[in-house]
Design a protein around this ligand. Structure first.
Ligand code: FMN
Length: 743
């Protein structure tokens, strides 16, 4: 939060000065033009800062339409009508229920095939054209090689415990000849896993096995197939050949830990003690409220007596929340949003490379986590680049005690509907995952399956419960800060976030009465839409600005209060009492980013779809200018994703299938990018639909295609021909298909 004097500004020089002084001019090369309403900065916080208001210069800017230069329009003289998909499909992308049907990016659970989903969601979604039961086919070898052969030399395999009963193939040469498809020639024919680790953990099953195997002559003159290793690289990667080791990946939870959770052998002593205390004191609380009622009906004489009684019954909590690691959000820390399905490790790794300073895991459900489900725990994995500290230029309010060297980028988002579940989830998470910046509670998820259980957006309508959940998380999280992500409210035109923010910063009435302290959150992120609104209209940055102003005021009031009434216990006040406030919604360029910082006075901005459509948005933010990426550059990001995908999910047939599936998920967003060089008006608006257009070269045209067959073609440039049984269904039915995989 831009508290008084310390907010020095944001964008790197010299663009920053221009942005703030004259937000009216930006051209594709970074100069500013026509941003509009930049002069309203000092005015009311209720101002509109969306682009609809921007005056047009070239030709009149049409609301909701990305105006493309005439020479790139496919029918330049005829119908300029909207031909491409807009943001309406994003509801399906965010809300598709296949996420909760085993569709997880675990190496152990890689195919993403799920069950059938919930009936009610199906009915609702049918009307919206959403694909409810997506399937992704399967990508298996024709003949399955027994694991006792996969990692060993031809003549010295491991003994198969199933003996003659084993249905897998044991003849290595037969498998290599007839059981698997030919080696891939992409990435120079070199296995991306071997290249980074000096050894490939998939051995003969790898589709690049030729690059790490050879035929050797044995002493008795026979020819033996053996796998090779690069000892130097392997030593550098400090790994063994154990299949579970993952190089450059953190928060890999051991199998035994998950088994212990599933067998309920893992204790949660802090949560148990805390919850016991909460239960014991709930009677006390109840009687306090009874006192209030008595007061109301005029029995004032009993007030003091009853209060004294209650105080005698009240027991102190078993422990106080530990002091938390301090957080920092500033203009130099653009945030990549939590993105179910899309925000997988390879995508986050790419975004970090392009400048994202804070990343979030996909939302993980509390219950499967405490039950030890491996798919859910796989979501906690982060790339080593995500555990390096975020950039820190001290451009914003810096909390006393903040230590950038101890900070990291990667945080984990969870969903939980009850204090007990949230506490236990946080306790096991902090015990098993050492590399977590903060734990965020999702209060924005609109999916019926989640809300019906009282999680996600449902918590917005139950402030007391939400506060209790957060307070509990804060008690048991040791030094890990707790944060929360909310929406404006559940219903359209009835925003409740301000009330909620007040409760979360100061503590609700009943909490203040009971002397419980605040919720303890270190940061609040507000997505400027209601649950009901979804993506149909633009995010309301005016409302976000109002909330930012409110938080600032509350913090000031609270610091006066704590100065005069009592000395604050640092353990009660996360982040030294400074609640950071992050705005979220529709950020699609550095211009959006910096104008939100300046106008709405948020500490930082979270980017979701903008990053999916153009991950280099983070680079634009740090450069303070538009980057007109060529199609070749954009393709190089696809290549990186493919490489990172193979390193994450494996380079065998199955890993390639998983990588392809998640690459296509990403391309379903990336194809929406309209190169800035083709646009008549800037800044681009994420809500705008583009008419049909062609690119500046064939590759650019291909990369803009909304046709699934073209996405497959792009994937095949790096992952080879799709497996005959591979299927992909986009989240919106308008583009549904079942592919006839070529090859
Ligand atoms: C595909 C997709 C998946 C999402 N998954 C999550 C999620 O897991 N947790 C969450 O809090 N928000 C999720 N969101 C919401 C975004 O984090 C973000 O709040 C929203 O998209 C608004 O930001 P934007 O306008 O920049 O896209 C998701 C959104 C999309 C499009």
């Amino acid at each position: 939060m831009a508290d008084e004097a310390v907010n020095a500004g944001s964008a790197p020089e010299p663009v920053q000065r221009e942005l703030y002084s004259n937000i009216d001019k930006i051209e594709p090369d970074g100069r500013i033009e026509n941003q509009g309403n930049g002069t309203d900065i000092a005015g009311s916080t209720k101002r509109k800062i969306n682009e609809e208001d921007a005056p047009a210069t070239v030709s009149k800017r049409q609301k909701g339409v990305a105006s493309i230069k005439a020479e790139y329009l496919v029918q330049p003289t005829g119908n300029r009508g909207v031909a491409r998909r807009g943001a309406e499909g994003d509801d399906e992308a965010e809300g598709a229920d296949d996420r909760y049907r085993g569709d997880r990016n675990s190496r152990d659970n890689r195919q993403g095939q799920g069950g059938k989903g919930n009936k009610r969601d199906k009915k609702n979604n049918k009307q919206k054209g959403q694909n409810t039961s997506r399937t992704f086919g399967s990508s298996y070898d024709k003949i399955q090689l027994c694991n006792t052969r996969a990692l060993y030399p031809e003549f010295s395999p491991k003994e198969c415990p199933f003996g003659d009963r084993c249905r897998m193939e044991h003849d290595l040469r037969k498998y290599l000849e007839k059981g698997k498809r030919e080696d891939l020639t992409t990435f120079g024919g070199k296995c991306p896993v071997y290249e980074s680790r000096g050894v490939c953990t998939l051995g003969w099953k790898c589709r690049f096995a030729g690059s790490h195997s050879e035929e050797r002559e044995t002493e008795d003159g026979r020819k033996e197939l053996v796998l090779t290793e690069d000892a130097e690289r392997k030593a550098a990667a400090e790994i063994s050949t154990a299949a579970e080791d993952e190089v450059g990946v953190v928060n890999v939870v051991p199998k035994e830990a998950k088994i212990n959770l599933s067998k309920r052998k893992t204790g949660t002593p802090r949560s148990d003690a805390y919850l016991q205390w909460v239960n014991a004191n709930s009677d006390d609380l109840r009687s306090r409220f009874d006192n209030k009622k008595k007061l109301a009906i005029g029995k004032e004489d009993t007030e003091k007596e009853d209060k004294d009684d209650n105080r005698a019954q009240y027991t102190e909590p078993p422990f106080l929340p530990s002091e938390k690691r301090r957080l920092y959000y500033g203009p130099e820390t653009p945030v990549l949003a939590p993105l179910t399905t899309q925000g997988n490790l390879p995508f986050r790794r790419l975004c970090v490379e392009l400048g994202a300073q804070v990343t979030w895991s996909e939302m993980a459900m509390g219950l499967p986590l405490i039950q030890g489900e491996k798919g859910e725990w796989a979501l906690m994995k982060a790339h080593e680049s995500e555990i390096r500290p975020p950039t820190f230029l001290q451009k914003n309010t810096v909390v006393q005690g903040y230590d950038n060297t101890k900070d990291l980028k990667f945080g984990v988002q969870i969903a939980a509907n009850k204090p007990w579940l949230a506490c236990k989830t946080v306790e096991v998470l902090t015990a098993l995952c050492p590399s977590i910046r903060a734990i965020d509670l999702n209060c924005g998820c609109p999916i019926n399956l989640v809300c019906e259980q009282g999680s996600g957006s449902a918590l917005l309508d139950n402030g007391g419960k939400l506060e209790n959940i957060l307070r509990g998380m804060n008690y048991v999280s040791n030094e890990t800060p707790i944060t929360v992500k909310i929406r404006m409210g559940t219903k359209d035109n009835q925003p409740t976030a301000q009330k909620l923010v007040k409760r979360l910063v100061l503590g609700g009435y009943e909490a203040i009465e009971a002397g419980k302290g605040t919720s303890g959150v270190a940061a609040i992120t507000l997505h400027g839409r209601s649950k009901q609104q979804r993506y149909t209209r633009s995010a309301d940055w005016g409302y976000i600005a109002d909330c930012a102003a409110l938080i600032n005021r509350l913090k000031r009031e609270r610091s006066v209060q704590t100065d005069t009434i009592r000395e604050a216990d640092p353990r009660d006040l996360a982040n030294d009492g400074h609640v950071y406030f992050v705005g979220n919604g529709d950020c699609y360029s550095h211009v959006d980013y910096f104008s939100h910082l300046e106008n709405a006075k948020v500490d930082s901005v979270m980017v979701a779809r903008g990053a999916l459509i153009k991950p280099w948005i983070f680079e634009e933010i740090s450069a303070g200018q538009y980057l007109d990426k060529s199609a070749t550059e954009r393709l190089s990001y696809v290549e990186k994703f493919a490489k990172y995908g193979l390193q994450t999910w494996g380079s065998d047939e199955m890993g390639i299938g998983t990588t392809r599936r998640f690459l296509l998920e990403w391309l379903s967003f990336a194809c929406r990018y309209v190169p800035v060089g083709l646009l008549e008006h800037l800044p681009p608006n994420i809500q705008d639909r583009a008419p049909a257009f062609k690119g500046r070269d064939e590759l650019e045209t291909l990369m803009s295609s909304e046709n699934y067959k073209d996405w497959i073609k792009i994937s095949e440039m790096f992952l080879g021909p799709a497996h005959p049984n591979f299927r992909f269904e986009p989240k919106h039915k308008s583009n549904a298909y079942e592919i006839e995989a070529e090859g």
